[in-house]
Design a protein around this ligand. Structure first.
Ligand SMILES: NC(=O)C1=CN([C@@H]2O[C@H](COP(=O)(O)OP(=O)(O)OC[C@H]3O[C@@H](n4cnc5c(N)ncnc54)[C@H](O)[C@@H]3O)[C@@H](O)[C@H]2O)C=CC1
Ligand SMILES: N[C@@H](CC=O)C(=O)O
Ligand code: NA
Length: 436
């Protein structure tokens, strides 16, 4: 089957969690990969920072190098796998690889979300492939379904749990009543969260993935800077308890949707914690799993679920791209490039329509409920439900609003905070899905 065909030479940049698993799979599955691709896939080199560092895989002798720039510019390298992460030197190495005629597979969501267009244009110019299925939701096939399977449909909404670390923390807070700090510590002990967990807990990682999902779903350029981002570090045990009382859970959601804008459909894209009812399919996504819920005009609702992080699951997605790119290479063709023809505007968060859950400690006296309802009405926010619980001289009111613009809702909360009868606004959380 592979007789006479030149082997395909692959350079791997970075040999950490993902890179070591990519090298392991390339080595262990060499026979099957050759059969699937139609020629042998050979390691040309593995770029690392330190040759003598301990690593999870035995790299064949002579293939390790600290000269990543030299490796990507070699004439015999057909495909470069970038799993270093970060912006530089990853961007320069990818651009150099493309200029030197190699196709590229990367898992680097931070770079794609910050400067994807530069990379897509370079791939187009070079006539090479740039694939990145591993960059969003790890092993879960989600980018290819959006880019290819749903290319004939109109996607209207993508709603996802795309960060494993934060899902683990929120799940722990829900199942054991733990506070944020305690749940984070457990996530770190289990190796889900990094020593510096900022990118995960503050939503940067999910925002990068949201930008990539929105770009592909809506055929537009969306970058990380377009994404409204809030993390989970402010989510309290009281918020989680409040959600429980509503038969809901708190999840960090990445939401990208088409909404009417001044010149046709615009894109709204945001990452924030939100309450969703326990009956919603995303509520059952536990621990560090990811899931992406897609709504489109013709297909209806689709859900993609699986491991969104970890060396081996992420390497699975990288290897899937490798096989596709290798087949394209042998056929002398390339896959679809960036599709940004729709060129949609991005709606500011203030104009995005959302719903709020607000828990308020108030004086327990006549007229309080009417005053709170009046505050909502003054900002033209309609109330869906109110629950009241008297506790002596104070009471707790839990209000769930109908959809209004985020600006109207946050103005309502500010207004409530300034009212004499309001002792404290104890929980403010956006709501997604139909609550009871
Ligand atoms: N770990 C995961 O679960 C997932 C990771 N990713 C992405 O995969 C990429 C790699 O992530 P990990 O493997 O987790 O990171 P890692 O930190 O474990 O590995 C990166 C490796 O690159 C090496 N490196 C850094 N600069 C280098 C240079 N100039 N030359 C050669 N090697 C260099 C580092 O020494 C390290 O060993 C990142 O873009 C990340 O966002 C994507 C999905 C999931
Ligand atoms: N840190 C990320 C890893 C995958 O992208 C996560 O926790 O999901
Ligand atoms: Na994926």
């Amino acid at each position: 089957m592979c007789e006479g065909q030149k082997p395909l030479k692959v350079a791997v940049l970075g040999c950490g969690s993902v890179g070591s698993q990519v090298v392991r799979l390339l080595t262990e599955q060499a026979g099957d990969l050759a059969a699937r691709v139609g020629t042998r896939v050979e390691l040309a080199g593995v770029a690392v920072r330190r040759i003598d560092a301990p690593r999870e895989v035995d790299v064949p002798e002579g293939l390790l190098t600290t000269d990543a720039a030299g490796l990507v510019s070699r004439d015999d390298v057909d495909l470069v796998i970038e799993v270093i992460g970060g912006i530089e030197p990853a961007r320069s190495l990818i651009l150099s690889a493309l200029e030197h005629g190699a196709s590229v597979v990367t898992a680097n969501k931070a770079l794609l979300a910050e400067d994807g267009p530069t990379l897509f244009e370079a791939a187009e110019k070079a006539g090479r492939d740039l694939y990145y299925e591993a960059a969003v939701a790890g092993a879960i096939p989600i980018l290819r379904p959006l880019r290819e399977s749903l290319a004939g449909d109109k996607v209207t909404r993508v709603l996802g749990i795309v960060n494993g670390t934060t899902n683990f923390i929120l799940d722990k807070m829900d199942s054991s009543g733990a506070g944020f700090a305690e749940a984070l510590e457990e996530a770190q002990e289990l190796g889900y969260a990094e020593a510096d967990p900022t990118a995960d807990v503050e939503g940067f990682d999910a925002a990068a993935k949201a930008a990539i999902l929105a770009s592909l779903a809506f055929h537009s350029r969306v970058t990380a800077a377009d994404v409204h981002r809030e993390g989970i570090s402010e989510v309290t045990a009281a918020d989680v308890q409040s959600a429980r009382e509503m038969n809901s859970v708190v999840k960090l959601l990445a939401i990208a949707e088409l909404r009417p804008g001044p010149d046709g459909d615009a894109v709204s894209v945001r990452v924030h914690p939100a309450m969703i009812p326990r009956s919603h399919p995303l509520a059952s996504v536990r621990e560090a799993y990811n899931a992406v819920f897609v709504e489109s005009e013709a297909a209806g609702q689709l859900m993609f679920y699986g491991p969104g992080a970890g060396g081996a699951p992420t390497a699975s997605a990288v290897l899937g791209d490798l096989v596709t790119v290798a087949r394209n290479h042998l056929a002398g063709t390339r896959g679809p490039g960036e599709s940004a023809y729709a060129d949609r505007a991005v709606l500011p968060m203030g104009e995005t329509r959302t719903r709020y859950h607000v828990a308020i400690d108030v004086d327990d006296r006549a007229g309080v409920l009417a005053s709170v309802a009046q505050a909502f009405a003054e900002h033209d926010v309609s109330i869906q439900t109110v629950r009241q619980e008297g506790r002596g001289d104070d009471a707790q009111l839990v209000v769930v609003s109908h959809e209004a613009t985020d600006a109207q809702l946050s103005a309502t909360v500010e207004h409530l905070r300034g009212m004499d009868i309001v002792r404290e606004v104890t929980s403010v959380m956006r709501v997604e899905g139909d609550t009871e």
